[in-house]
Design a protein around this ligand. Structure first.
Ligand SMILES: [Fe+2]
Length: 393
């Protein structure tokens, strides 16, 4: 299986991984031979990459942290939960700022989030991650435009759980972290027209309003599940920064996970929120939500690391680097340079990722430096002293 940019996918190519709609329903099943209509559908939904199956790459099997089935079930549950909240909020005709008071005081806005459904979603997700025992994010997430809300919630939750595992979090704690991650942007439902937009396209006024979404999210959860104090705090603080320049409260943080605190301290950033902040930003970089540019996993991590200590907790960033595979199996790569110079300019796909020296995977070369197709050739880049490799996204 290989991952390919949608622009390069042709009629007759065979889909390698199933794709699901934003409601968690099967849209196209793995094994379909793509028709022009199907390609149009993928374009309409805003997919940028898809996995394809072909004879040459049939032995490449990207490892998934969660299965398609669990992803689809989680999407369905989130769609139901967010749908209920949206319906309740829609009935209230008031300005976004007044909504804060209504969410805090109005009894008709209690229990608008189906907590049982969210609990099932997070249990299913965390159990799957523990069962599969894949501790690395080693496949490229398939991102679409139409499904971005729940794809982002799920991919962020998966990443926070993987980071939590690096700090030896137990099941119960992973669930608290996963639950807050699945719900971290639920407060954006208060202003659906703005919430749907990409953050960097917002006007000054819209940005100012958006700074309230962690508070709305916290209030929605508080009204529905008053005892979920840890998750509420995590949601409220997911845009705070260690240097105190975050929002909505501007509190500081300097956690050295795995620091155990029984109760979150409301005057400092809670450690779960620092994990969520990193996972959220990473996922925004790789899906183009941060500034409109699609970042490779390596470029995204490098951006985050440059903001270590000011915007992001450095200990969490270190854990992040341990759970991201920069050149995952199935990813398309171009070799810029090697010590021998033999493969410079060649293109192919990663066969086996290298967990020791990430830039030296085993690759299946398919194209020479002039862009001509060649007989697939397996090359182990560990044999080269220096390698400059680029993941094509
Ligand atoms: Fe957010």
């Amino acid at each position: 299986m290989k991952s390919l940019k949608l622009q390069k996918v042709k009629v007759g190519d065979v889909l390698g991984k199933s794709l699901f709609s934003e409601k968690g329903e099967l849209m196209l099943a793995a094994g379909y031979e793509l028709t022009q209509e199907m390609l149009n559908l993928l374009k309409k939904h805003g997919y940028r990459q898809v996995y394809l199956y072909d004879e040459a790459t049939k032995d490449i099997k990207p490892l998934d942290v969660i299965s398609d089935v669990v992803r689809a079930t989680t999407t369905k549950r989130l769609n139901n939960s967010y749908g209920e909240v949206a319906k309740s909020l829609d009935r209230v005709h008031t300005s976004p700022l007044h909504m804060k008071h209504r969410l805090a005081d109005d009894h008709s806005l209690r229990k608008i989030l189906p907590v049982g459904e969210v609990n099932k979603a997070v249990s299913g997700l965390v159990e799957e991650i523990l069962d599969n025992n894949v501790s690395l994010l080693s496949s490229l997430p398939m991102k679409s435009i139409t499904g971005k809300t729940f794809e982002h919630a799920i991919d962020t939750a998966v990443l926070t759980v993987l980071i939590g595992q690096q700090f030896n979090y137990e099941y119960k704690e992973l669930k608290l972290l996963g639950s807050a991650s699945l719900l971290h942007d639920v407060g954006k439902l208060v202003f659906p027209q703005i919430g749907e937009k990409q953050e960097f396209t917002l006007s000054f006024q819209e940005k100012w309003l958006m700074r309230e979404h962690p508070t709305y999210g916290m209030l929605i959860l508080k009204g529905s599940d008053p005892h979920s104090y840890v998750e509420q705090t995590t949601i409220l603080q997911h845009h705070e920064r260690p240097d105190g320049k975050g929002f909505p409260q501007g509190i500081k943080g300097d956690n050295v996970p795995p620091l155990k605190t029984v109760e979150p301290d409301p005057t400092r950033i809670f450690r779960h929120a620092e994990i969520l902040a990193v996972a959220n930003a990473y996922d925004n970089y790789i899906s183009g939500e941060m500034d409109g540019i699609l970042y490779t996993p390596q470029a995204a991590v490098s951006e985050l690391v440059q903001q270590a200590g000011t915007v992001y907790n450095p200990h969490v960033l270190r854990a992040l680097t341990k759970v991201i595979q920069f050149f995952p199996a199935g990813g398309e790569v171009m070799i810029h340079s090697t010590s021998s110079g033999r493969w410079d300019g060649f293109k192919g796909f990663v066969m086996t990722a290298n967990s020791q020296e990430y830039a030296k995977p085993v690759v299946l070369l398919m194209q020479d430096a002039h862009g001509n197709d060649i007989d697939p050739e397996e090359v182990d880049l560990r044999e080269e002293e220096q390698v400059q490799l680029e993941l094509i996204i």
